[in-house]
Design a protein around this ligand. Structure first.
Ligand code: ARG
Length: 256
């Protein structure tokens, strides 16, 4: 059952919303290259659970509001969603809280993946602790080459049907929008202005990491959005750019 659910969600991610028009999936995998970590190092990380299973990552903006990706919240109802916070493990520990409501960005486009952002409101507020903390939103996009880290419970190889039980993280370098659109990489104009890229050979986010945090300089600079395979040479991970979508988050957080 578990494998079935994961396969379905990975499949949906590959064939559905997460690949912009023109990019077709490949079936060979490549390791993402991270390592197991503790929630204490990423206390803003949550697991968004759909019908009892991990489906996406997210970040704590406040003790009641999570920022995640809009593609994580297509064809779902709030009543089927819960958030696990404060645990290094996606299936146990920390606290599991019911979702009260969520709001997708009105301009989200599943074909282009622009505005792939959403906010989720919890039905009860979290008690902040050493394992549950909020993270600030970037006000400016990170510079090309800046150090960044992405975390999540997504697959360790592209096309894998199982998720790690312990939180993983991997260090990456920011690739500026203009460099990411250049012929150095494979995407060209499919990378849009509300997106940013991060790349390091052999390292990447992957299926199941979506919506989760990309942090640089102590602030949330991105959320996992899409990519061609995972860690494929010359195809960076593409993230929603928090600095570009910040004002939407601030206002959606008060109206969700
Ligand atoms: N769309 C995927 C998900 O729903 C995330 C893909 C990220 N891919 C990447 N190569 N960085 O989990």
């Amino acid at each position: 059952m578990f494998k079935f659910v994961i396969l379905l969600s990975a499949f949906a991610c590959v064939l559905g919303a997460s690949i912009p028009d023109g990019l077709l999936p490949q079936l060979d995998g490549r390791i993402v290259g991270g390592s197991a970590t503790s929630i204490s190092s990423f206390p803003w990380q949550i697991s968004l659970q759909r019908s009892g299973s991990h489906s996406c990552g997210g970040s704590l903006y406040s003790n009641t509001i999570v920022v995640t990706a809009a593609h994580c919240l297509q064809s779902v109802t709030a009543s089927s969603l819960k958030v696990r916070a404060g645990s290094s493990y996606r299936t146990s520990g920390g606290v599991l809280v019911q979702v009260a409501a969520f709001k997708n960005h009105e301009g989200y486009n599943a074909n282009t993946m622009v505005n792939d952002i959403a906010v989720v409101r919890l039905s009860s507020s979290l008690s902040l602790s050493s394992t549950i903390k909020t993270i600030g939103l970037a006000t400016t996009a990170p510079s090309d080459g800046a150090a960044a880290v992405v975390s999540g419970w997504g697959t360790l190889t592209y096309g894998s049907s199982s998720l790690p039980s312990q939180l993983q993280s991997v260090d990456l370098s920011i690739v500026s929008l203009s460099k990411c659109q250049s012929s150095t990489y494979g995407y060209g104009s499919q990378v849009r202005s509300t997106m940013l890229c991060a790349y390091t050979s052999g390292k990447d986010a992957c299926q199941g990491d979506s919506g989760g945090p990309l942090v640089s300089g102590g602030v949330l600079v991105g959320g996992v959005s899409w990519g061609y395979g995972c860690a494929y040479p010359n195809y960076p991970g593409v993230y929603l750019s928090v600095a570009d979508l910040r004002s939407w988050v601030v206002s959606a957080a008060t109206s969700v």
